[in-house]
Design a protein around this ligand. Structure first.
Ligand SMILES: Cc1cc2nc3c(=O)[nH]c(=O)nc-3n(C[C@H](O)[C@H](O)[C@H](O)COP(=O)(O)O)c2cc1C
Length: 195
């Protein structure tokens, strides 16, 4: 049996990301965003939904750019703090000891401590209600070298300790249950006869 709730957005877990914006070191800012996601694989597109009253809303609207910085359990405190304090009152990089790094394409900075940064250029803005949805093309990706396996050259994002947000709480990810398509994959046999 289910209890009916009034319609709402209880789609969890989701990534709580730190979005960087601004176009000069003086106005660089960080906002924590939960309303974010992938829109399309090719062209690669993501979105963030921001309330108009956020300081970051003005910066993203003006510059048409932002960076989605993935967060980790090591960044949980910084992620939360950047989601309760405003860039109108604080330099969040300084307060949270986060290091801005130049991006490849956009003027907004990367967060050095983030394992993966998606540089985005806004293509469309939808005024939906409480939030404006900034749809954007991912124009560059920056992956932390530490997580690139030296022998295979593969980027091991799942070694980064990614952070999840679910129903008002932050969590570390749990144990791996399988890989993409595991439900239909045939098991490898050792060659030996099995009883
Ligand atoms: C986990 C979490 C998720 C959040 N998600 C959003 C979001 O999706 N959109 C939004 O406008 N604000 C979101 N916020 C609130 C902003 O991060 C917060 O108001 C922040 O202080 C705004 O910073 P700014 O004024 O420097 O832009 C979230 C906060 C937290 C803690």
């Amino acid at each position: 049996m289910k209890t009916p709730f009034k319609p709402g957005t209880m789609l969890y877990p989701l990534p709580a990301v730190m979005v960087t914006c601004g176009d000069t070191p003086e106005n660089w800012n960080i906002i924590t965003v939960g309303w974010t996601g992938t829109l399309c694989s090719d062209p690669p597109m993501c979105y963030v939904s921001l309330r108009p009253e956020r300081h970051s809303h003005g910066l993203v609207s003006r510059t048409g750019e932002f960076v989605i910085n993935l967060t980790t359990t090591a960044l949980a405190k910084q992620t939360d703090w950047c989601g309760v304090k405003s860039g109108r009152d604080y330099n969040k990089f300084k307060e949270m000891n986060l290091t801005p790094e130049p991006a490849q394409v956009v003027k907004a900075p990367l967060i050095k401590e983030s394992p993966l940064c998606l540089e985005c250029k806004v293509t469309d803005v939808r005024h939906l209600g409480t939030h404006d949805m900034f749809m954007a093309e991912v124009v560059a990706v920056d992956a932390e070298d530490v997580f690139i396996d030296k022998s295979s050259g593969q980027f091991q994002l799942n070694h980064a300790g990614l952070l999840a947000y679910s129903h008002g709480k932050y969590y570390a990810l749990g144990e791996k249950l399988g890989g993409f398509g595991f439900s239909v994959k045939k098991k490898k046999t050792s060659g030996k006869k099995q009883n």
